[in-house]
Design a protein around this ligand. Structure first.
Ligand code: C5P
Length: 401
């Protein structure tokens, strides 16, 4: 279906690539209107975007003539999608804090449609803690972040910060833009680590950051799903619109997941559940003086296998983090746990895995597989969710067609 895309262009050298973006979006039959910041006009003339989009370019918040033709509120309502490319550090900061001192930042606040940003900036600016906090905040408000890509920068430096190429932005926006692919679908996602206490101050845990599960929750909300997020302790903002059930131990996660999966269409087990818990929980802190000897452990229940045994059974998606023989282990888990899909990834490598912002997945299902190459976890989540939605539609063509 043709979309009405509002393209916001900020002031950065990548602004010239936004012209190609307009051309590609229009070529695919979408209607594009362009908003430029004052700084963007220093890089590319509005005439370029006017010629490519076929519409006058909007720039001023307080321009009586333009407001008469289409007010900023009308412009925000008109859009099916707001795409900001390139998005500068300054614009991301304004958006993250609700500042609205120019037309584009005001449009973001007024927009109720899906919002995408394609950041472009120097690698040090992208890596700065405050920029990362701003982007995490925006993602928790369901803003979809595309890139940035790594490589040579206009300033001569190397690193993450280049705007993703227009053809890729176009593809990702339109893929994500199938918003509604999971509308009214109930999804339960478990994320993060579990903590298995030894005494009131110590516990056994693992390196899971929860980033993949939280990215999946955002992508599912974006696709229109009702999301219940059963989460172990993590340091991440809850995606806006998700129902958060915070848990600590594997047994608590088991109870919460089983309860909510009774009415779920999909369960995604992205949590790193501790396989064992200490048999004894000491009432008071274990003193270092004494010889505590061995810690006796007992096995935790396998949550995902239990969900796969429910009647009716939701579509069950598991994860497999492996250090070796990934394909065999993943296929074995798919079969023994009776899963519909398993997303396997290497851990203990230089890039990707538990604490990283990036990852690559090899996805298996009975009779098929697909590789999702290394990218940021939000893009990866959208790609994985697209596959999951396809499997749900195959399983249940009537309800979800
Ligand atoms: O067997 P393994 O732990 O490698 O399997 C990983 C998958 O099983 C993940 O989806 C994980 O969330 C799930 N799992 C579980 N309950 C456990 C252990 C793992 O649901 N006790």
């Amino acid at each position: 279906m043709n979309k009405r895309i509002l393209l916001g262009v900020c002031g950065g050298i990548a602004a010239y690539k936004a012209a190609e973006l307009v051309r590609l979006l229009r070529k695919q039959g979408h209607e594009v209107r362009v908003v430029m910041t004052a700084a963007a006009r220093q890089f590319v003339t509005p005439l370029t975007f006017q010629a490519l989009s076929g519409h006058a370019v909007h720039s001023e918040l307080l321009d009586a003539e333009q407001e008469q033709a289409m007010s900023h509120i009308h412009l925000a309502r008109w859009a099916d999608i707001l795409l900001i490319a390139p998005a500068t550090a300054d614009m991301l900061a304004k958006m993250a804090h609700g500042l609205a001192d120019d037309l584009l930042s005001t449009l973001y606040l007024a927009a109720e449609c899906p919002v995408f940003v394609a950041p472009a900036m120097n690698q040090a600016m992208w890596g700065k803690a405050v920029t990362q906090e701003n982007i995490a905040r925006l993602q928790s408000h369901n803003v979809q972040c595309i890139g940035p890509a790594a490589g040579e920068q206009a300033c001569g430096e190397q690193g993450l910060g280049r705007m993703v190429e227009p053809a890729d932005i176009c593809r990702q926006v339109l893929e994500h833009g199938q918003s509604g692919a999971l509308s009214d679908v109930n999804i339960v996602i478990s994320a993060g680590p579990t903590r298995e206490p030894l005494d009131p101050v110590r516990y056994i845990t693992n390196r899971s950051s929860g980033k993949m599960g939280y990215a999946l929750a955002s992508a599912a909300l974006f696709a229109g799903a009702n999301v219940t997020l059963v989460s172990g302790p993590v340091n991440l903002p809850t995606p806006a619109g998700a129902k958060l059930i915070p848990v600590e131990t594997a047994l608590q996660m088991y109870d919460a997941v089983i309860t909510h999966c009774r009415t779920a269409d999909i369960y995604i087990g992205a949590a790193a559940v501790a396989d064992y818990r200490p048999q004894q929980l000491a009432d008071s802190k274990i003193k270092k003086g004494g010889d505590i000897g061995n810690i006796a452990l007992v096995k935790n229940p396998d949550i995902i296998a239990a969900v796969a045994g429910l009647q009716p059974k939701p579509l069950v998606v598991g994860f497999a983090a492996e250090t070796d023989d990934l394909e065999n282990y993943a296929k074995h888990k798919l079969q023994t746990k009776n899963l519909d899909l398993i997303a396997a990834n290497w851990v203990g490598q230089t890039e990707g895995g538990f604490e990283s912002d990036r990852n690559a997945l090899q996805v298996f299902w009975p009779g098929g597989q697909q590789i999702l190459p290394m990218t940021d976890k939000h893009t990866l989540a959208a790609q994985l969710l697209k596959l999951i939605a396809e499997k749900l539609h195959e399983k249940n063509p009537v309800k979800n067609s």
